[in-house]
Write a protein that binds this ligand. Structure first.
Ligand code: SDX
Length: 434
């Protein structure tokens, strides 16, 4: 079932005057009042393209899944505020909400969970593939590889245009398998035997944790993981989600699209930041804990050091997820009776940065990655697994966005233009004359 979408309305128009010609460009308004200039006919009418490094001013699509307001620090999944979902919902329920557009009824939740559980065993060949990687392979490289390899074992999901039923099957299959791949990769990295899924016995997060650590987890740990996965579940057109959409727009199969999303998320400017934050905090701790020096380094244009976990392309106010994670840091560490000096360093760093004009003027606040690693550490998840945890959380968002892209009549293969700045035409010169 897909939710009826309110297509953007043409609110008014903007006049572009170029080469003594006037061109009227429609101004579209979204359901939250966001305005966008519709330039779909710009090149055919004027010969002009727009140049927008990093797509900072460009909407690549319309979407009804997630709404962000960067100035007001608002994040809603299908209209529900992230604060309410983090407090009252579960990761499975949020996954259903993102993919199908509505909170599930009890019957819908049951069949969604059953569909995931029915596909919770991983083919021995894929388990062996994970175990064949070197012990110190980065888990994101393993995850992307085995996701792509699924295309070799499930040809029934490689059709260009999957039916709604097949799409649901492959999405629930991926929900089940990525959980397994993450846990298997972790166990392989520690040269420990794989622990198989027991999804008929445990809920999603409990099952993942027992597959990771080989024992039933503390209910507090399960609760904390549920919240973290909900907070990471979607974030509109971020780098990795845009990658999933772009790959899907060529009608490549879903495994290729999700594997590509894993690749994009791996970068330290994106999902890889959660690992980089902990490594940064550990560097500060090893250096004696004085963070003022690191604040100066972050401001120094000649120093490549950045305050990892700070700043955001969209949020120019607090990332609402960071606020929730910071609050649960204290609660989780207290419940698990853990004292982590890195939390005090992180809080001190935040306090110092938010007093510094450099960060205030650039509206640089903590983002989702700044505190999340502190909790992952408390849940006994190693640093090199943090970005895989981000991918596990983001999976339902990628799937929902892929489905919306595949179903949209507006979808065309993504193919940006460019402004060429290379050599103008010239003739070939034989080697003897060069
Ligand atoms: C995620 O898009 C999403 O929604 C992503 C995400 C999601 O849920 O999918 O929210 C997840 O990726 C969060 C971001 C994680 N990355 C980091 O924490 C890495 C550190 N942050 C930065 O690299 C940066 O803030 C970005 C990449 C997050 C955003 O970069 P932008 O929007 O391209 O901004 P920019 O690099 O042009 O910075 C603007 C200014 C620059 O200074 P000036 O040239 O104006 O003097 O702010 C400075 C930058 O030097 N700046 C920083 C900084 N971030 C920006 N300076 C020091 N430390 C930082 N962290």
């Amino acid at each position: 079932m897909t939710v009826a979408r309110k297509m953007p309305m043409t609110k008014n128009s903007a006049e572009l005057n170029y080469n003594d010609r006037g061109l009227e460009l429609p101004v579209l308004e979204g359901s939250e009042g966001e305005l966008g200039l519709d330039i779909n006919k710009l090149r055919q009418d004027t010969g002009l393209v727009t140049l927008d490094h990093g797509f900072m001013n460009t909407a690549a699509c319309t979407s009804a899944i997630t709404f962000l307001d960067g100035e007001r620090g608002i994040l809603r999944y299908r209209g529900y505020p992230i604060e309410e979902l983090a407090e009252k919902s579960s990761f499975m329920e949020v996954a259903y909400l993102l993919i199908y557009g509505e909170l599930p009824t009890a019957a819908q939740m049951k069949s969604f969970t059953q569909a995931i559980n029915a596909q919770s065993q991983t083919k021995p060949e894929l388990q062996s593939m994970i175990q064949a990687f070197p012990r110190d392979a980065h888990p994101m490289g393993v995850l992307g590889s085995v996701l792509s390899a699924m295309s070799a074992y499930y040809p029934e999901y490689l059709d260009q245009d999957l039916s709604a039923e097949k799409a649901s099957q492959v999405m629930t299959q991926l929900m089940a398998q990525v959980k397994n791949f993450a846990a298997f990769t972790y166990r392989t990295g520690r040269k420990e035997p794989l622990v198989q899924a027991q999804s008929s016995r445990y809920d999603y997060c409990t099952d993942f944790l027992q597959m990771m650590h080989g024992q039933e987890p503390d209910p507090e740990v399960v609760k904390a993981l549920n919240v973290l996965l909900i907070l990471h579940a979607d974030h509109e057109q971020n780098c990795s989600t845009s990658t999933v959409r772009l790959v899907g727009s060529s009608k490549a199969n879903i495994y290729a699209a999700i594997a590509a999303g894993v690749g994009a998320l791996w970068g330290p400017l994106h999902g890889g930041a959660n690992q980089a934050v902990i490594e940064m905090l550990q560097e500060i701790q090893a250096d004696g804990g004085g963070y003022k020096k690191f604040i100066q380094k972050a401001k120094d244009k000649n120093d490549s050091f950045r305050l990892m976990g700070f700043g955001h392309r969209v949020y120019k106010n607090f990332d609402p997820r960071a606020r929730i994670i910071k609050q649960s840091c204290d609660a989780v560490l207290a419940k698990l009776k853990i004292k982590d000096p890195l939390l005090d360093i992180a809080k001190g760093l935040e306090e110092e940065a938010l007093k510094d004009p450099y960060f205030v003027e650039r509206k640089l606040y903590p983002n989702v990655d700044f505190y999340s690693g502190i909790i992952y550490k408390a849940l006994n998840i190693p640093t090199n697994m943090f970005t895989v945890m981000f991918a596990l959380g983001r999976l339902p968002g990628w799937l929902a966005q892929w489905k919306e892209m595949a179903e949209s009549k507006d979808t065309k293969i993504g193919r940006p233009r460019q402004i060429y700045t290379g050599a103008v035409e010239r003739s070939y010169k034989p080697l003897s004359s060069r």
